[in-house]
Design a protein around this ligand. Sequence first.
Ligand SMILES: [Zn+2]
Length: 195
Amino acid sequence: MPRREVWHNGWWRPAHALASPNFGPRPAQTAVTLAVIHSISLPPGHYRGDAVARLFTNRLDCSAHPCFEGLRGLEVSAHFFVRRSGRVLQFVSCEQRAWHAGRSQWRGRDNCNDWSIGIELEGLEGDAFEPAQIQSLAHLLRALVRRYPIAEAVGHEHIAPGRKGDPGAGFDWRGLKRALREGGPRLPVIEDRKA
Ligand SMILES: [Zn+2]
């Protein structure tokens, strides 16, 4: 039997695909060179529900919880969502531009959505993430760098400082580096934090 390709039109086969209408074309001749890591949970700190998947597919009932009111009419997405279990969902083809970064700039270049992949981790900004998520994220990043010229992975906090703080201080960049071994993109400089 022929070996099935890992990627198909920008969709990663190991992920559970759930197509979002919230995407658009990337500008012509735009290489995907950045991965942006985010955190999200709805309601914040509540895991295992389907509110994030509903938000990214415009199916969230905004009257279901008081904290959803501010999300009414919001059209957002990410390419990937990594659940606490490590399970990976994909909402937008990597060939397309997802709507995750907003106003952003990295290394002097703005509109990061044009030239990045957005990866949301189920979690709470500033809190720790599950080891299974770091392993899944490393697996995904290794697959991404084999398929796209992604040189670097950063947090939303790095490309929108002062406006965004995710994934925050609880995200273990050092653990991600270990999980990637030699196979991933460049990561932000991790400063030694002495206890
Ligand atoms: Zn974010």
